[in-house]
Design a protein around this ligand. Sequence first.
Ligand code: 1CP
Length: 341
Amino acid sequence: MPLLAAATGQTPARRPVWFMRQAGRSLPEYREIRADRGMLESCFDPDLVCEITLQPVRRHDTDAAILFSDIVVPLRAAGVDLDIVAGTGPVIAQPVRTAADVAALPRLDAEAVGAVTAAIGQILGELPENKALIGFAGAPFTLASYLIEGGPSRTYQRTKTMMLAEPELWHRLMGTLTDITITFLQAQIAAGVDAVQLFDSWAGALSEETYRSHVAPHSARVFAEIAEAGVPRIHFGVGTGELLKAMTDVGADVIGVDWRVPLDEAARRVGAPVAVQGNLDPTVLLAGEDVLRREVARVLRDGEKAIDAGARGHIVNLGHGVLPDTPAEAVTRAVELIHSL
Ligand code: 1CP
């Protein structure tokens, strides 16, 4: 599998590429299948999860499928009252803000995500041998931000206030979310995923010092608890140029890099023999053939320079998710270019 080869320092048969949010609104076949079904109900329907996960692999010939799910799925499965609202994202019915709220948070039983593990079994039955299935979970900090804010946020004001003003309460909340994340990832690994990605999408809101003191110990426990399974562990966040080393130090095998930092510079910042993943700006897929060619060539060159600078390998990806308005043809073309250049 090219993706596993790149993640573990071997020479891949071709340059592995997949895209965050490769399933979803950029695909007409996705829009059709989701037209009359809610996001959360779709995530608990194994047939639908299997179909949606495979759609982008069939259409674009990416080297990996990413499980169609969401970072709030394990919270919903554990019993947290929340919804995924179209056009907004996760919305929490009763935000978690007090000691009593934290104490009342449910635990996750692996059986509660049985629909997800069933879907993984179906996907593995259909996915070609040379393509990897990537499982994922939200990291404790990013999950905490939704629970505390009640939904998407720009400033993470309440989250950072709890972190700074009530550190004991913060660490208790993070401990509970870490347990949920570990259970969710272990269930996916037991069901057979080839690699996992921990999304700490919003960690870039923190200074390195705050990340290391208030977040890293919990993410490190997630990585440690799944280490013995031996599947590559990818760690990703947006705007995390200043955190790349800290986010690698928690135990990642592959570090995701957004478009702000060139991959070779990222490899130097990390200073450890991990693979790099990234980092086309998602808007490049909207900018036409000439820009696409130029930017793909640049990222591939940066990937080679990263390997010269000590990275174990390069998995090509965007610096964040495919934008919903992206023409599906541009994604297919990007994959073609990445495999041919
Ligand atoms: O193809 C894939 O990548 C798999 C599908 C996937 C993944 C990996 C979805 C489907 N969600 C996620 C993870 C996820 N969910 C993350 C981490 C990745 C990232 O940084 O983008 C985050 C932060 C969320 C939270 C979330 N869920 C948002 C972001 C809101 C915000 O704070 O700005 C949104 C819009 C959702 C809903 C969602 N998740 C997935 C889809 C296809 C959708 C849209 C569904 C709809 O509108 O009905």
